[in-house]
Design a binder for this molecule. Structure first.
Ligand SMILES: [Mn+2]
Length: 282
């Protein structure tokens, strides 16, 4: 208990737990040598769109279908997401193809609704320091994917995770999604160093999200491969059957064909990386 007070992320630290945390979703495990591929559209737009995407996710070896149902936008008149209908479509598509679901929960009032349809709660970058939401998710019995805030240091990010862990939920997955720097050629700067730093400091699995880091589809593949080479436990990317028609984040979404090709390249790289780091996938 003394250690807890003196350490802002004691429960998440290697001092508290030496072994990697492994998130166990039955046929899908994440961390400790288990690599995961998550893909899907920025937002769920229609039944046809999400079914087509889920099929492609499964066929190219993905395990988790992502998709947003609630999309607060800068412009209040832009597409705001399908809400409950989006959650239902996401679940239906995932079940049809034997995938797990990850979707964002934006506020405490939505937790009960989202819980019904998702396997993993996502806390978005803009909510990383929404401590009431973190505490509420900490009382849930499902894994949480915690994105790094766009201006958060690694210590602040791990401290945010501690709010969840301290309430009892230790099924935490960290996601590096790029940080704000002076560079403007990419939407954010992909901090690949977060991967080995997190592995050293913490036992939680860490994924990379090159779509939001880059903001441009042409950089998604090299950044994904860089994340894998750095030892990430998986990746989460945005894909769309017709990226040019996407209602949100189309400029950073890969086509279904590009996703399949990326997934193949990751499969080629993974055994090499795992032999280097001595971490086995099983
Ligand atoms: Mn997005």
């Amino acid at each position: 208990m003394e250690n807890k007070r003196n350490h802002p992320y004691y429960l998440g630290s290697r001092e508290y737990q030496k072994e990697d945390t492994i998130i166990d979703l039955g046929d899908c495990k994440i961390g400790g040598g288990h690599f995961v591929k998550m893909a899907g559209p920025c937002s769920v737009e229609s039944e046809e769109q999400i079914l087509q995407t889920a099929k492609a996710v499964k066929e190219a070896g993905g395990q988790v279908l992502r998709g947003g149902a609630f999309k607060p936008r800068t412009n209040p008149y832009s597409f705001q997401g399908l809400g409950l209908e989006g959650l239902q479509l996401l679940r239906k598509a995932a079940d049809q193809y034997g995938l797990k679901v990850v979707t964002e929960v934006m506020d405490e009032g939505h937790i009960a609704m989202v819980r019904e349809y998702t396997d993993i709660f996502q806390i978005g970058a803009r909510n990383m320091q929404n401590y009431r939401l973190l505490e509420a998710i900490g009382k849930e019995d499902k894994p949480v994917l915690l994105k790094r805030g766009l201006s958060a240091t690694i210590d602040e990010w791990l401290s945010a995770a501690e709010y969840i862990a301290n309430e009892g939920n230790r099924q935490i997955i960290l996601v590096e999604r790029g940080i704000r720097t002076f560079e403007t050629k990419t939407r954010n700067t992909f901090d690949v160093s977060a991967v080995p730093v997190i592995h050293r400091l913490s036992h939680y699995p860490i994924l990379v999200d090159p779509s939001h880091a880059a903001g441009k589809k042409e950089y998604v593949e090299p950044l994904t491969l860089a994340g894998v080479a750095a030892g990430a436990d998986g990746f989460i990317i945005e894909i769309h059957p017709h990226p040019e028609e996407a209602l949100s984040d189309g400029e950073q979404s890969l086509s279904l064909k590009q996703w399949a090709s990326l997934s193949q390249k990751v499969d080629a790289l993974l055994p090499v990386v795992q032999s280097i780091y001595d971490r086995k996938d099983s």
